[in-house]
Write a protein that binds this ligand. Structure first.
Ligand code: HEM
Length: 420
């Protein structure tokens, strides 16, 4: 199989250790690739940047021809889904998108954002202190990168206490709906997880409506713009989206970012010497090992990408993952490795950055990556040099399933000290 999905072959041995090699090949030889499966795959920085912002494109998959929609398989399994379009802002176009984003943004006040940052700082210290007291091997993903953002987003939304492991499992399954490979393979599990998640979120909304809490979910319920409010369906879909988007991505930023800094010790040392580099460093880590590898746009009218004509109803997958050589932007081609001092990374890991435009930022993640990489550097060695991925073939995200460490005595910080 050489064209399994959009010109990438995730079944090729070693793909998950370094998907960026295949992106670099595409970028060089076939930067506007037409897959046998239908969608275009574009991998060059400038093309991605243009297409993501192009008027006359859509993120609503109802604009794809029947048989090409990711939801088709889910509707086949559960026909009542046919009448229930997604209201999540990730999947809708203006003017609905503009209206919903305005309402959702109202919940992301500067106070709410500061609360995320403060709570993240507190929880990071608690978890790292707890790890320091433990002697057994620890796992960067299971012990820190996953529970921390999950806890923060759950508290932030003010979700009722429930079976968090179960919620976590459903939300992980649900993100597979966005993955062109996994949506087919896991369709039944996705339908089941989606039904259960809707039940939980619906019950949480009903519970919140009886209370006068000061949290994001209550703020979303109360959000009002000139008499306009979020309908029940809109609330359910956008709370679910925030729940998923708020942790599935940040788990990867914390895990991949810490891992990359541990692999580039000179860069970590620069960061320790000058903590004001943190924002720059996180931008660079987003470029180097992007938590989300693709976004997408559907053509509503014909347009050209580098001489290739995209027809209405065709999907363009936009590669966001840079890897060591960047996204083919001339300034970055020769970068190689992580460079926390670079000021021109121009990562596109968050697509058009809608999330920061909603009023939120990544300062909480910056803090975790800096603290965790220092902590892991100072006290641990990687147990395995090869990382362990969570789900097997899947192309949407770059997520480590597990990254175990053992404790070592490494009291002296600085260049020349031993690190694995
Ligand atoms: C490392 C962190 C993150 C990454 C890499 C990331 C990545 C992305 C990407 C690639 C998109 C699609 C953008 C496009 O196609 O133009 C997106 C959209 C979105 N993200 Fe994130 N995200 C991150 C963090 C978050 C967090 C923490 C939240 C919520 C608390 C969030 C909420 C959203 C929402 C609501 C959208 C849809 C926005 C819209 O369409 O207006 N994201 N994100």
């Amino acid at each position: 199989m050489s064209d399994v999905a959009f010109g990438l072959n995730p079944f090729e041995p070693g793909y998950y250790d370094d998907p960026y090699r295949q992106y670099a090949q595409l970028r060089e030889h076939d930067p506007v690739h037409r897959s046998d499966l239908g969608p275009w795959l574009i991998t060059r920085w400038a093309d991605v940047h243009t297409v993501l912002r192009r008027p006359g494109t859509s993120v609503d998959e109802r604009n794809l021809p029947e048989g090409r929609r990711r939801r088709d398989r889910l509707v086949e399994l559960d026909p009542k889904r046919a009448d229930r379009a997604s209201h999540a802002i990730l999947n809708i176009d203006p003017p609905d998108h503009t209206r919903l984003r305005k309402l959702v943004s109202k919940a992301f006040t500067p106070r709410a954002v500061e609360r995320i940052r403060a709570r993240t700082a507190e929880l990071t210290d608690e978890i790292l202190d707890d790890l320091a007291r433990r002697n057994e091997p620890v796992d960067l993903i299971a012990d820190l990168a996953f529970p921390l953002p999950f806890q923060v987003i759950s508290e932030l939304l003010g979700m009722p206490e429930g079976d968090r492991d179960q919620l976590r499992a459903w939300s992980h399954t649900l993100t597979q709906v966005l993955d062109p490979l996994l949506v087919m393979e896991h369709a039944e599990a996705i339908v089941e997880a989606s039904d259960r998640m809707v039940e939980v979120v619906t019950a949480a909304i009903a519970w919140k409506r009886q209370r006068d809490d000061d949290d994001l979910l209550s703020a979303l319920i109360r959000a009002e713009d000139d008499g306009d409010v979020l309908s029940d369906h809109e609330l359910i879909d956008n709370v679910t989206l925030l729940y998923l988007a708020g942790h599935e991505t940040t788990v990867n930023l914390i895990g991949n970012g810490t891992n990359a800094l541990l692999d580039h010790r000179d860069q970590l040392e620069r960061l320790v010497a000058d903590p004001t580099l943190d924002a720059n460093a996180v931008e660079e880590l987003l470029r180097f090992d992007s938590p989300v590898q693709f976004s997408r746009r559907i053509a509503l009218e014909p347009f050209e990408v580098d001489g290739h004509r995209v027809e209405p109803g065709q999907m363009v997958m936009t590669g966001l993952g840079g890897g060591p050589t960047g996204l083919g932007d001339s300034a970055l081609v020769q970068v190689g490795g992580v460079q926390v001092l670079l000021t021109s990374q121009r990562q596109q890991a968050m697509g058009t950055d809608m999330f920061t435009k909603m009023g939120c930022d990544l300062s909480a993640c910056r803090l975790v990556v800096v603290k965790s990489s220092q902590h892991f550097y100072a006290s641990y060695s990687k147990v395995a040099t090869r990382v362990i991925y969570v789900d097997g073939p899947g192309t949407l995200t770059s997520d480590l399933g597990s990254l175990p460490f053992r404790k070592v005595q490494r009291p002296k910080w600085g260049i020349g000290s031993d690190v694995t």
